[in-house]
Write a protein that binds this ligand. Sequence first.
Ligand code: PLP
Length: 485
Amino acid sequence: MSDKLGTTGLILNEPLLWDRGKPGRCGFSMPTDDVPFNPLGEEWTRNDLDWPDLSEVDVVRHYTRLSTWNVSVDAGMYPLGSCTMKYNPKTNERQAGLSGLAEAHPLLPAPLCQGALKMMADLESDLAEITGMDAVSLQPAAGAHGELAGMLIIHACLEHRGERRSKIIIPDTAHGTNPASAALCGYQPVPVKSGPDGILSPEAVRAVMDRDTAGIMITNPNTLGLFEENIKEISEIVHFMGGLVYADGANFNAVMGVVNMGCAGADVMHLNLHKTFSTPHGGGGPGSGPVCVQKHLEPFLPVPRIVLQNGSYGLSEDFPQSIGRLVTFYGHFSVMVRAFSYIRSLGPEGLARASQLAVLNANYIRERLKPYYHLAYDRFCMHECVFSDKKQQVHKIATLDIAKRLMDYGYHPPTIYFPLVVPGALMIEPTETESKDDIDQFVDALIAIAKEAADNPEWLHEAPRTPKMRRMDEVEAARRPCLAG
Ligand SMILES: *Cc1c(COP(=O)(O)O)cnc(C)c1O
């Protein structure tokens, strides 16, 4: 079978549209033009636009074939740690597609979009209840954007108190966006090491917390998939020195309906609606990272805010201490609709059950794979578990080989080489939506790979063998990226 023939199984190769076109092909028929030809100008003629001539079927097949190259949660398990690639119930898509919501123009005056505004206000209060915080803004367009909003809020609060602080404490188990968001806001990140049990100790925080430190950014559950059990004591240490506590709640699907982050001491946190609350993501599509705050930070939330006055909803800019506007309109509305639909269809018990299943699934994988792969922190985990290639290294097999080989078994590889605190990390997040059968199949594939690593390491070095593209030259790609296509 030749590569040029274009098939690996029935996955078709696809040339560029420019290679596919033939002069004279056309996607539509029009009556003959009876208007005299009148060119726009000599330097701009149709021939200068290098567009291919294509028929309708050329175009439809081109994009349909490209779409089959996408790996998706609808096609199979996608255990990408820290990303929560779970199945998103189709009913939420359906609600987001309702014409009254999908076609609502962002410039509609408030009296004409009361339903949309009420839904947003209700979603804000649902999220406040779920997190244990007092007020929410749905504006931030992604998780990292929510972090930036949170940092700006902390900065505004300190400024209001007449204080200028220059540092933020960030544990080594925080998500990589945390130090970036703090730095964008002008803070200097102060790294703190997690303890031998994979979580942060109050002593480590006490050692660095001072009156020039604005606070701490703590990812909980952290990137090792472990719950930061000392968060309350850590919050007290930070608060005692006048600092604020930022909780990164992007991975809230581990603790929804179980943990109250407000009681745990968080002053401000964000959620990732596109992870936890049912919006398909991964293709760089729209996200939503609501920022949730305690009462004392409410005046600093971004504007406009949704307000209820005399029985009708509106958007108000009348919050003088606000950090200002973060997005053009009011964030990504369709993501909010999906989240609202998800929350209301599951209800409080359903949300808690989803989290329990996410944790159960990850722990099941952890227990089953423990004899075959080195477990970086051998203790009860939350929604994800982190292995490493330590056991396979004796056969000269690295995490990359294991991840590539998984593709031959039909799985999107887990997150690899992250978090950085675990060398050769393999970070697996099954999510709550996988059945035991599907998880067993996935675990069996990883066990088979562990056996191959011992028996036939050369074979693994050449994986993947079945996908359209074989192993990439990652060094070349990193050193000399081809950005022009
Ligand atoms: C995904 C994630 C983020 C960043 O979210 P984006 O929407 O990709 O910006 C931040 N923190 C944690 C813990 C995450 O898992």
